[in-house]
Design a protein around this ligand. Structure first.
Ligand SMILES: [Zn+2]
Length: 565
């Protein structure tokens, strides 16, 4: 009994504190009851992360149910349809699956041919695998060329007609986190290596990546703790989906103009065991290379001995799954034609290998939480009668877990004039697992949006911090990156914390225990009231961006400014 009274008292205090903060600060929005709003937010997650939606894999029945739900709520909350057919923008995907028994990797050297198995190396169907290929190999260190950092692994290396073998890390490159993230993506690397004449790649996983991390993820957006390596390694494995049940389907956008591995006839991920088979006879060993890479040391470049031969039979299918888009039209006669995008991904990784008897990968935090927030913000704006000057476009995308594909499609084929997209505010796993004191902002220093989120957070007496773990590549690991590459200033967020605190432990325990596992479900402790407060801050950010006479701008010293049109 006593315990219960204490709880009620604490609740009351928390509730009053919340109201006080709002009375002090929030001019733009109604005073909020964070407890009630947290419950509203959670109700969306309860629907989307229910077992009946089967983990919302792109193209599945569960995903279609989620689409219906989101489109329905967008309508309820007064958003106008902003797809190509009502609220939907249909996206066509091509799936590719390796036919194992008709595919092989061998290394031919004097005296014979060595056949490699799955424990040595695997082929990635994200590439344009040739039915048969044969080429010499060159080890090119980290395989990077970044002129502004005066860094070049390819200097003096002849890659013409060859396979570029590299350690999938940005290792010895000394550059800001977002730059490393960008140049370390599979797509950027392939663009560079292709231009240097390579016909394919073979990648060695970053030794700093935790064991097994490359397994369960579909693509770049899905890279686990331990990217950069995992980005490519997961790509290279062809995306083993939630289950790790052997070779699964890789997803690509069906539109050939949006495929990023054109011309890549060979794409191999090399395991630690396989590494020594590639290095044999070169005078170098896997241990030596891994030791240097683990310390981010410069790596030697040298030709490998022998000829790599690959055979690949790929089974292709078409899959459709829509993005969902609704707009709150702007009120200013001129600015209403400009759009602030509020995005999150609707898909998750589906059904897979059982963990503790559970096969449904519910994706409650990843990213039903982000979808719930965009719906709750739409609701807040409707109920508060918000009249933003610019239009706010709420976007739920498909295919994030397959490599940020739905957002890439929308950014490249937007349903509104692409020149008029002024910003993307993206939410992916913002991790409301403890009290909100600090917001961690990815891309904080890159554009004027960083200043705007400071103002919005300040209004709620919440601090702002920059990305604390730039090596995790979070700035490019979700859908905002599709917009950044198209020149649009963007931000993404996490609940912030200081290293060494209980919050630090909660965050990292979650990554270890629940990330892309069936336990990211409805039975986990979540701080709903803090999520509601976060939602209010993001709503305030959106309104500030929508109402500012000036469009958001990249900072002059931002690496990403180069993409601005
Ligand atoms: Zn995910």
């Amino acid at each position: 009994m006593a315990g219960r009274r204490v709880v009620i008292l604490l609740r009351k205090v928390r509730y009053m504190k919340n109201l006080v903060i709002l009375a002090l600060g929030a001019a733009t929005l109604f005073a909020a009851d964070f407890v009630a709003e947290g419950d509203r937010w959670w109700a969306h997650i309860q629907f989307l992360a229910d077992d009946s939606l089967q983990g919302r894999e792109t193209g599945s029945d569960g995903y279609r149910e989620a689409v219906k739900y989101v489109a329905g709520k967008m309508e309820t909350f007064g958003l106008k349809p902003a797809g190509t057919s009502g609220y939907l923008q249909q996206v066509k995907f091509e799936t590719r699956q390796l036919v194992d028994e008709e595919s092989s990797i061998t290394i031919a050297r004097e005296g014979g041919e060595e056949v490699l198995d799955r424990l040595d190396a695997t082929q990635s169907t994200r590439a344009d695998l040739a039915p048969a290929a044969e080429a010499a190999m060159v080890f090119v260190g980290y395989g990077l060329r970044v002129p502004e950092a005066k860094y070049d692994d390819l200097a003096g290396v002849d890659l013409r007609g060859k396979i570029a073998v590299y350690v999938n890390s940005t290792g010895a490159l000394d550059a800001p986190g977002p730059v490393k993230s960008h140049v370390g993506t599979a797509a950027e690397r392939w663009t560079l290596l292709k231009a240097a004449g390579a016909i394919g790649t073979a990648t060695i996983m970053n030794p700093r990546t935790p064991a097994g991390a490359a397994g369960g993820r579909g693509g770049r957006g899905a890279a686990p703790a331990g990217a950069p390596a995992a980005t490519d390694a997961a790509d290279a494995a062809g995306g083993r989906g939630a289950g790790g049940r052997g070779p699964q389907k890789a997803f690509l956008l069906a539109d050939p103009e949006l495929q990023e591995s054109v011309g890549q006839k060979v794409a191999i991920a090399i395991t630690r065991r396989g590494g020594d088979k590639f290095f044999a006879g070169s005078g170098h060993t896997m241990d030596e290379i891994m030791k240097l890479a683990a310390e981010n040391q410069p790596l030697p470049k040298f030709p490998l001995v022998g000829t790599l031969r690959t055979k690949a039979t790929v089974k292709r299918e078409m899959v459709e799954a829509p993005n969902v888009a609704g707009v709150l039209p702007g009120s200013d006669p001129k600015l209403k034609d400009e759009y602030v995008i509020m995005s999150a991904h609707l898909d998750h990784v589906g059904v897979g290998r059982a963990i503790n008897g559970d096969t449904v990968y519910n994706g409650a935090m990843d990213d039903a939480s982000g979808i719930a927030t965009i719906l709750e913000i739409a609701r807040i704006m409707k109920d508060s009668g918000a009249k933003p000057k610019r239009s706010i476009l709420f976007l739920a995308v498909a295919g994030e877990e397959k490599g940020e594909l739905g957002s890439r499609y929308f950014a490249s084929r937007p349903t509104v004039d692409r020149k008029h997209i002024v910003a993307d505010i993206n939410l992916d796993m913002f991790m409301p697992l403890f009290e909100l004191k600090t917001i961690e902002v990815q891309g904080l220093a890159e554009s004027t949006l960083g200043d705007t989120i400071r103002e919005a957070a300040n209004e709620f007496e919440v601090k702002v911090q920059a990305d604390k773990e730039p090596d995790q590549n979070r700035f490019i690991r979700s859908d905002q990156y599709s917009f950044i590459r198209d020149g649009v200033p963007s931000l993404a967020f996490k609940f912030g914390y200081e290293f060494g605190t209980p919050e630090d432990k909660i965050f990292h325990d979650w990554i270890r225990d629940r990330y892309h596992k069936p336990s990211d479900d409805l039975n986990q402790p979540v701080n709903k009231a803090s999520a509601a407060k976060f939602n209010r801050i993001i709503a305030s950010l959106l309104l500030r961006v929508a109402d500012n006479p000036a469009r958001p701008q990249w900072k002059d010293d931002s690496f990403f400014k180069r993409f601005a049109k």
